[in-house]
Write a protein that binds this ligand. Structure first.
Ligand code: SF4
Length: 416
């Protein structure tokens, strides 16, 4: 058993090891100590113990398609290399940024239909905060995808986009009303983007104009109360400290405690394969409630951003952060390495450092590129993902958005 092997070289980790082995919750000081320790093997081993308790050797992936419908944005977050302004000025640097674009509804539906035809179970749709699109554009988008691709899960719109929609809707809608309208049009779940780092200093320094922690949690609280599951992210490796990273994770954990408290105990998210869908009926509310399904620590990519003088996270920092997310978030079922940002090679290693989710095939992704300029085609085939997972000693499990196993007849996937 892996649990019998944790023998820290760093004596300051002894108490943390005992807590992890006993299944006790870690404190802020524990999280900081894990970031400070040089005993990285104990850290990785502890994270793997927790991962194996929940998921055994299973490693999840999905067949998905990202759609970034526009890169026009009214904001200019310093860490972002994706946005283009509509006043003709380019993004933060002239080097790696292509022109602005906006997909038509027809184009978005065509991509979704193509993805469904090729075996995708989910579309992941996010974009910039477009200055002139009406709210109906987004409800029409969901409705059209739902009509043309009835079986495709629509995971769409970060909390920041949801707040933006409240501002462009006429008459102006509340967060809850926006979510209800989107859900009624076909939205199934929310992604976790836009959280960045929940800290006023970091907010002021790196993304001042963007809505902060309060709004982000308001959106996810409203979504969970409406029975709309969501994910949570942390963008790390820019101007934040490790103490601020731990604080961010603890705020996610506290929010998850609140969401889970509203769920029926019998259907809380847990580790069993196929039973991590987190909606249930809370009799006290008389409606469905939901919670975070997954935490995705996102590795900052400096190139092309206004912070490109920064080095960005190292590989060890990536592994450390993924492992600590697993250890601190004792109430979130899954931790994902988004291979687009951590690279496929590091995501593979992370499967033994607390990560159980490799993300999916992705295919197109505009928001960040490890390679800087060039194509936005960023794809791993199912065969490549499974090979990476197996080589890491894990069992690949294709999942749907709720982490239920997907059973396919042989050769159902169409190569793209
Ligand atoms: S991070 Fe999002 S909100 Fe900020 S500038 Fe980029 S696209 Fe706009």
């Amino acid at each position: 058993m892996a649990e019998q092997r944790a023998r820290p070289q760093d004596s300051t980790l002894a108490a943390i090891c005992e807590k992890v082995l006993a299944g006790e919750r870690l404190s802020h000081a524990d999280g900081v100590a894990l970031f400070r320790t040089r005993d990285i093997f104990t850290l990785g081993e502890l994270a793997n113990i927790v991962r194996e308790r929940r998921h055994g050797r299973r490693a999840y992936y999905n067949v998905n398609r990202h759609i970034n419908y526009t890169n026009f944005c009214v904001l200019r977050c310093k860490f972002c290399s994706f946005y283009r302004s509509t006043d003709g000025r380019s993004g933060p640097t002239e080097v790696s940024n292509g022109p602005g674009y906006l997909y038509s509804l027809d184009e978005i539906v065509r991509i979704a239909r193509e993805a469904a035809d090729q075996g995708a179970t989910e579309v992941h749709i996010v974009g910039g905060l477009h200055p002139t699109l009406p709210f109906s554009f987004y409800t029409d988008m969901c409705r059209a995808i739902r009509e043309r691709c009835p079986g495709l899960h629509i995971k769409a719109f970060t909390a920041i986009e949801i707040v933006h929609f409240t501002r462009v809707s006429r008459p102006r809608l509340s967060i809850e009303e926006v979510l209800i309208a989107l859900r009624d049009a076909g939205l199934d779940s929310l992604p976790g983007g836009g959280a960045e780092i929940f800290d006023p200093r970091v907010h002021a320094e790196a993304f001042k104009a963007k809505v902060g922690e309060k709004h982000w949690f308001d959106v996810h609280r409203a979504a969970h109360d409406l029975g709309i599951p969501s994910n949570a992210t942390m963008l790390y490796g820019h101007v934040e400290s490790v103490e601020e990273r731990v604080t961010h994770l603890l705020k996610l954990r506290a929010h998850q405690d609140q969401s889970l408290a509203k769920c029926d105990d019998a259907t809380k998210p847990h580790s069993d394969e196929g039973r991590t869908a987190v909606t249930s009926v809370a009799p006290s509310l008389g409606r469905s409630v939901a919670a975070f399904q997954c935490c995705i620590p996102l590795s900052f990519i400096p190139e092309g951003s206004a912070l490109e003088q920064l080095p960005g996270p190292t590989g060890l920092d990536d592994l450390r952060t993924l492992a600590i997310a697993r250890l601190m978030l004792d109430n979130v079922p899954h931790v994902k390495a988004f291979w687009i940002m951590q690279t496929p090679k590091l995501a593979q290693v992370s499967l033994n450092w607390g990560v159980d989710d490799f993300d999916g095939t992705v295919v197109w992704y505009d928001i960040t590129k490890r390679e800087g300029r060039g194509t936005n085609r960023q794809e791993l085939s199912v065969e490549q993902i499974c090979w990476l997972i197996r080589e890491a000693g894990c069992e690949p499990v294709e999942r749907d958005t709720f982490y239920r196993p997907v059973r396919r007849p042989a050769r159902q996937l169409v190569p793209v």
